[in-house]
Write a protein that binds this ligand. Structure first.
Ligand code: MSP
Length: 597
């Protein structure tokens, strides 16, 4: 542990030696070590999560929304847990491809960027993505931050002027070694070279520019990963990074000639060069937290969410830049895979891009959020299809969860429209009441659910958390079904008390599910909890004490009047939209056209 923190307090010098930096004083070092030992430490209760900043050369698509929703879910979860949380997102607006997209649109680059950046903001607004910071790399505060970062690297001897000659992929804004390039032919039959990883065409670049001493960071990076095994998650992506680190790292070109690229931040003191767009973009994570002033607190709790295609930039370049300026690498990098359509990568040229605006209207914002987080698996790609969304939402949100809420709040069963009393005689700890073994099993499962969900949220396996909740909802429906409360005789006081107990247990289960679901489906969860009469200040993680009456404790909800009935929790989606409808439409058109030919 001590070595680890010592590591964080030193920066790497260009001449190969370690230099003490001001990042953590010995005093704050001690404090951090102590915090690790006790769970109640103010400093440890801060959280800073980021999404990648999105290129503005095209409109937002479903994959972008997924990154943002995943981060939003983590931010909301941490707030529920009482953390001070920051959530940053934004747009990446410099670089050749943005310059070209603006030209193609016939607009000035900044006007073009403002328009698309606004689209991202709109999407996030309409999908309840509750970011606390939105950054655009064309902002003045970012330029100052990048300039300071560059000058620090330069002053420390990590940037030097040299000659770069090699392959460059413009769509990926990425430099490639010969081993990362393959032969191919383009649409017109011309022989070209492409990037093995992305398939994009590459060009040979030869120019004088500024180089970053990436080669000096192979060992420090290996040290960092060795001492922080959770730094890159999931594990399979850590293995990819370790694989890349088996070979020497070539120095990295970090500028482009101004004559080729004007749309970017000029190199400080040398306006003939523009700073490489990835260096510029990565620094956004620091700009947000105030770099170069007062950034240490938030920076020390930073976590990044990134798609698998940009892992190398985040796991190799970024930590090296940071170590170079004397800052620690981020606490963790969480990698997710991609959304495909019919097994194919979404791309504008293939015309298979799923429009998140359209889809969130068709399925509701919470519907789309639920589907993406329920089906999105970090380790492997997920295939999107409208009929899958319809199935998942109808089964889990409309029928299972909505049906359960409806059952125990409908006036036919819940005459008094209250949270009725729990009667220990019928559901005693000693097991000689009316409850059967499966009911005790249900209680145990729901009691353990918050811990399980917590574990899955913490590791960003949101789909596992949702799977666990969905399974509990199914079991709770089974509980109600098993005891057929609608058949009980209200005139019989025993039956009435057992009926109240069944409803009480079910409402308690629903309260737990609603509270746990807030980070994923904030609107649906709010509707559910409001119907149960759970106040806004009773929905935190610390309120997850399930069924206190069972163990003889007071239940503050017992006897409370339910909230107003504002309609069904989640409307069934009767007709599949999108692809199935499109297929039907295409088939119909084909038949019509056959009839007329
Ligand atoms: N601008 C860079 C990131 C700079 S961060 C300092 C970039 N932008 S991007 O717009 O191309 O991609 C942003 C994010 O969206 C990346 O994490 C990328 O992996 C993710 N996705 C792009 N297509 C995706 C899918 N089809 N599915 C899931 N996520 C996808 O890269």
């Amino acid at each position: 542990m001590r070595t680890l923190f010592c590591f964080l307090t030193r920066s790497y010098k260009a001449d190969g030696g370690w230099k003490q930096s001001a990042f953590l004083s010995p005093h704050s070092m001690q404090r951090r070590v102590r915090c690790r030992r006790s769970d109640v430490c103010k400093e440890e209760r801060s959280y800073y999560i980021t999404t990648p900043i999105f290129y503005v050369n095209a409109s937002p698509h479903l994959g972008h929304l997924y990154s943002a929703i995943l981060a939003d879910c983590m931010h909301r979860y941490k707030l529920l847990r009482g953390f001070k949380s920051r959530f940053a997102t934004g747009t990446d607006e410099h670089g050749l491809k943005i310059q070209q997209a603006a030209n193609a649109a016939g607009e000035a680059p900044l006007t073009f960027c403002t328009g698309v950046s606004q689209r991202f903001r709109q999407l996030f607004g309409s999908c309840n993505v509750s970011f606390t910071d939105y950054i655009r790399t064309t902002e003045e505060r970012h330029r100052r931050s990048v300039e300071h970062f560059w000058c620090t690297l330069y002053d420390k001897g990590f940037i030097y002027k040299g000659n770069y000659e090699g392959w460059y992929s413009m769509p990926d804004e990425s430099f490639l070694t010969p081993a990362q390039v393959a032969d191919a032919v383009d649409a017109s039959g011309q022989a070209i070279k492409v990037s093995l990883e992305s398939g994009h065409k590459v060009e040979w670049l030869k120019e004088e520019n500024y180089m970053f001493r990436l080669s000096a960071f192979r060992t420090p990076l290996l040290d960092w990963l060795h001492k922080n095994p959770g730094a890159i998650q999931p594990e399979r992506f850590l293995q990819d990074v370790l694989q890349w680190l088996q070979d020497d790292l070539p120095d990295l070109s970090v500028s482009r000639q101004r004559s080729r690229l004007q749309w970017g931040i000029p190199v400080p003191g040398d306006s003939e060069h523009t700073i490489y767009v990835w260096l510029d973009a990565l620094v956004n994570y620091l700009t947000v937290v105030g770099y170069p002033d007062n950034h240490n607190h938030w920076w020390s709790v930073a976590r990044h969410i990134v798609g698998k295609d940009i892992l190398k930039f985040h796991a190799i370049y970024w930590p090296s830049f940071l170590l170079g300026v004397g800052l620690p690498p981020p606490q963790s990098i969480h990698v997710h895979s991609h959304w495909t359509v019919n097994g194919t990568k979404m791309s504008k040229s293939l015309g298979n891009v799923v429009d998140p605006f359209e889809r969130s209207q068709a399925f509701t914002t919470d519907g789309l959020r639920y589907f993406l987080l329920r089906q999105g698996v970090p380790d492997s790609d997920c295939d999107y299809a409208d009929h899958k969304v319809t199935n998942v939402l109808n089964t889990e949100l409309a029928d299972s969860l909505g049906g359960l809420l409806n059952r125990c709040t409908a006036p036919a069963l819940n005459l008094t429209q209250t949270y009725p009393p729990f009667c220990p005689l019928f559901f005693p700890i000693e097991r000689d009441g009316r409850a059967v073994p499966e009911d005790y099993h249900l209680l145990g499962t729901v009691r353990n659910l918050p811990t399980l969900v917590e574990r899955h949220y913490e590791s960003l396996h949101v789909y596992k958390a949702l799977e666990a909740i969905a399974s509990c909802v199914r079991q709770t429906n089974g509980f109600v079904q098993r005891h057929t409360p609608w058949k009980l005789n209200r005139m019989d006081s025993g039956d009435q008390r057992w009926l109240d107990t069944i409803i009480h247990v079910t409402l308690e289960c629903l309260r737990i599910y609603g509270t746990l679901l807030q980070p994923v489906v904030p609107r649906v969860a709010d509707k559910l909890l409001s119907r149960l009469g759970v106040r806004a200040d009773e929905r935190k993680w610390s309120d997850l004490d399930f069924l206190p009456s069972y163990s003889g404790k007071d239940c503050r909800f017992q006897g409370r009047t339910l909230g107003p009935d504002t309609g069904v929790l989640f409307n069934r989606l009767e007709n599949p939209t999108g692809d199935e409808q499109k297929t039907k439409k295409i088939k119909k058109q084909a038949i019509i056209s056959r009839q007329f030919t």
